[in-house]
Write a protein of this length. Sequence first.
Length: 410
Amino acid sequence: MSKNNDTPSNTPEVLVKVEGLSKKFCKDLKTSLWYGVKDLMSGVRGSTSTNEHALRHKEFWAVKDINFELRRGECLGLIGHNGAGKSTLLKILNGLINPDAGSVTIKGRVGALIELGAGFNPILSGRENIYNNGAILGFSRKEIDTKLDKIIAFSELEEFIDMPVQHYSSGMKVRLGFAVAAQMEPDVLIIDEVLAVGDLGFVLKCFKTIDTILPNTAIIFVSHNMPMVSRICNQIILMEHGCAKFQGQEVGKAIDLYYTRFANNKSNVVLDDGSLALDKIEILNKKNINDVAQVEWGSDLTMDLTFKNNTLKELPLFNITIFDKEQRPVALLEPNTERSDITFSTNEIQFRITHENLQLSKGVYSVNVSVNNMKSKEPYLRINGVLDFQMINEIETWPPFLLEANYAMI
Ligand SMILES: Nc1ncnc2c1ncn2[C@@H]1O[C@H](COP(=O)(O)OP(=O)(O)OP(=O)(O)O)[C@@H](O)[C@H]1O
C-alpha cells in the first residue's frame, strides 16, 4: 500500500474509520455460556432471537457507540479509568474480538502492541517470533530478512534473540513487540499500556520512533500516563463505562476531565504525634463549583489555616506543598519564620497565607501540610491532600507553570 496515497485535496487519507462500535459482555460466566448456546442455536435456525442493541440480564456495555476517523499522521489517545473499555476497543480494532454492533474499516498494515506477550509464541525464540509476526503483518520472508537486523538492534536483545520468548522479562517482551510493530512501518499502529513496563531509556527511544513514523502512520495509543498522552496525541477519547465521555482535539481539556474524575477531598493524616490538630483549612478567593475550589490563573492564592494547639509551647514551622494530579510536588510555599504574623496561643494557632499571582497552569492540584519543630525540624504533623483546588484558565498547557511574559521589540 502506498504511503503517499493522499486524497486529491491533499488531506491525508482516513486509515481508520469506526462507526457505532459497541461490544457487550456478561458479568457471569455461566450466563454468558448459556447466551452463547442460545445465540448459536438461533444462528443455526436462521432466526435472530436477540436484539444486538439490547442488554440481557447480567450483560453490560464494555464499549458503547464509539465513532471516530483517524488519518495518516494523526495520533488518537484513549484514556479512562480501569475497566472503561479501552483495551476492548483496541482488541476490536485489531480483529481479536468481534463487535456486537457497528463497523471498523482499516486501510493498510496494522502493527499492534496490545497485551504483554500477546502475539508471541512463547516456545519460539525472539528471532522466530519476528518472522511469525512479520508474516502476520503481510511481509514476505525476504522482506523480513532485510528488516531483521534493524529490529534486533532496536530491541537491544542481540544476546537473547535466540532464547525462547517465555524466558524474557516483561520489559524484554515489550522491547521485542515494539521493535517488530514499529520497524515494520505499519500504516496503523495500535499501542496499549504495555509501554509502561519498558525502562526509561527504551520508552524515550519509543517516543523518538513514534515521532519519526507518525507522519506516515495513524496511531492509537492507550495509556494512564497523561504526560505520555499529551506528548504524542493530537486527539483524545475519554472513555467512561464504555462510552466516549469526551472526544476531540483539546487534549488538555480531556486530561483535565480525566483528573477531575479522580480528584477527591479526602485528606490523609500520615503522621500525628498529638501536638496539634488541623481544625480548618480554606481557600478564600475561590469560586466553588462541584465541591472543587477554583482559582483563576494569575490571581492570589489565599488560605486560612486554623490548628488546635494541644501541647506546643513555641511556634512551629509550617510547610505547605502543592502537588499536581500525578502527585508530583510542583511548589512549596515559603515556610514561616519565628517573626511571621501568626496567632499563637496555648489553644489555637491561626494564620492566613498568601501567594500573589499564582501562575500554575490549568489543572487540579492538591495541598499537603506538614508541621515541624522550628529548630530541630522534628515532625509533629503531616497531612496529605488536605484540599484540592483547580486552576482555571482559557489556555490549555501541559507544563506545570504558565508564566506571564512581556514581549517587546528589540
Ligand atoms: N472477555 C471478557 N468477558 C467479560 N468481561 C470482559 C471481558 N474482557 C473485558 N471485560 C470487561 O469489560 C470491561 C472493560 O474492560 P477493558 O479491559 O476494555 O478496560 P480498560 O479500559 O482497558 O481497563 P484498564 O485501564 O484496566 O486496562 C471491564 O469491566 C472488563 O471486566
